[in-house]
Design a binder for this molecule. Structure first.
Ligand code: GN1
Ligand code: MG
Length: 381
């Protein structure tokens, strides 16, 4: 372990002495390390990416508030299946520590308890013959998360990344990157750019209805499949993790992003595009799970735009990867020079596949809602 990591870890109160620190390279934003101690305890140490999160203390405040709320609710329900993140405070009882690096810049580190006995997946293919079950349980776990937070006082949350899912603004960022063309990469992307320009109006519908017919609720905003922990034995959803982007938003962003990421059944940087498509059976299982928790609480427009949300979030991520590619790979961590190119082409292929299947997905949502929730829906408290 480096001397720097040792000094950072010294700030935290662990059970036992640290015996190993191993980097986990999964996330696209923060640096994450798995820490073990000689008493067998496991923790996660994370360096908060301050290019992405400009105000780390607001991120931590949001997490503190939301996890306390979830924990209280789980206790009052005597729920022993679900868990939430637990922040390990510093010796000075702070929710993170700062470290001044050799360039005089502040770095921010935090520690969470490691949630044991769970697995997370990057694609449902990893679940083999149980993928329908895991798709249902994943949707259900995010639905339960929304339900637990439905009575959280939304005004207490900060917007840690303002306009995170603002589709027209993401589109504006793409146009600005093309204009700058910092890396001379824009021309080679013309075909996809033209297509994306032609779809911006249709893909702005959720943004335009947000705060009106689509209510602002407490949402996760980064519902990738690997952000839900699944019990190793029962395959039930245990915890929704990676709470950095919990903010007021639309549940449609969470549903769309969750299904985009989970039901495409391939990695986001898969370059064999024949493997990149949305699996409608998995979408149905995921939605059945989600709606089993949240079905009675949805507004008519949340139901109307649910299918569209899958397309819109895929459109948005195509914009984001493409913008980052053209800008010179500033935002997302990349593992090789053309990584963001592979990612945007992957999401672009997925977008086109989803567009061809939307009618079937919409028909499923309509008939499922009519059959299972024909009564008047209730407003969340
Ligand atoms: C980032 O950190 P990670 O990998 O969970 C990103 C998401 C993207 C995702 C795409 C704060 O999530 O919005 O959908 O990459 N998080 C942030 O893989 O920008
Ligand atoms: Mg994240």
């Amino acid at each position: 372990m480096s001397e720097k990591l040792q000094r950072i870890l010294q700030n935290f109160e662990f059970d036992g002495d640290v015996i190993s620190v191993v980097e986990n390279s999964q996330g696209n934003i923060n640096a994450t390390y798995e820490v073990r101690t000689n008493t067998g305890k496991k923790y996660l140490l994370q360096k908060i990416n301050t290019y992405v999160f400009k105000e780390p203390h607001l991120v931590m405040k949001n997490i503190e508030l939301v996890t306390a709320h979830i924990r209280r609710k789980l206790e009052s329900m005597q729920d022993t299946t679900h868990q939430t993140l637990t922040i390990v405070p510093t010796k000075g009882n702070q929710n993170m520590c700062t470290y001044v690096n050799q360039d005089g810049e502040k770095e921010y580190y935090r520690v969470f308890l490691f949630i044991d006995h769970c697995i997370s997946f990057n694609t449902f293919d990893e679940c083999q013959d149980r993928k329908e079950q895991v798709a249902f349980n994943t949707g259900k776990c995010f639905g339960f998360f929304h339900q637990l937070l439905s009575d959280f006082p939304i005004s207490m949350l900060s917007y840690t990344i303002p306009d995170f899912h603002n589709t027209p603004q993401r589109f504006g960022n793409l146009l600005a990157s093309i204009e700058n063309n910092a890396t001379n990469r824009a021309f080679a992307c013309s075909q996809e750019i033209v297509y994306l320009i032609s779809k911006i109006k249709e893909c702005s519908v959720i943004h335009e209805a947000l705060g009106r017919s689509i209510p602002l609720r407490v949402t996760h905003n980064d519902t990738k499949l690997n952000n839900v922990l699944i019990d190793r034995d029962t395959l039930e959803g245990v915890a929704v993790i990676d709470l950095d982007t919990v903010m007021p938003g639309s549940i449609l962003y969470d549903i769309g992003d969750g299904i985009r990421s989970a039901c495409s059944n391939s990695f986001e940087d898969e370059t064999d595009l024949s493997k990149v498509f949305i699996d409608v059976d998995l979408v149905k299982s995921y939605l059945r799970g989600y709606l089993s928790e949240m079905g009675p609480f949805l507004t008519p427009d949340e139901i109307t735009y649910m299918g569209q949300s899958i397309r819109i979030l895929t459109y948005e991520l195509t914009l984001r990867f493409l913008t980052d590619y053209i800008s010179g790979d500033i935002y997302f961590k990349t593992k090789y020079p053309e990584h963001n190119r592979d990612r945007y082409l992957n999401q672009f292929a997925l977008l086109q596949d989803i567009e061809g299947k939307l009618a079937e997905i919409d028909a499923f949502i309509r008939s499922f809602m009519q059959q299972d929730f024909p009564r008047e829906r209730v407003k969340p408290n």
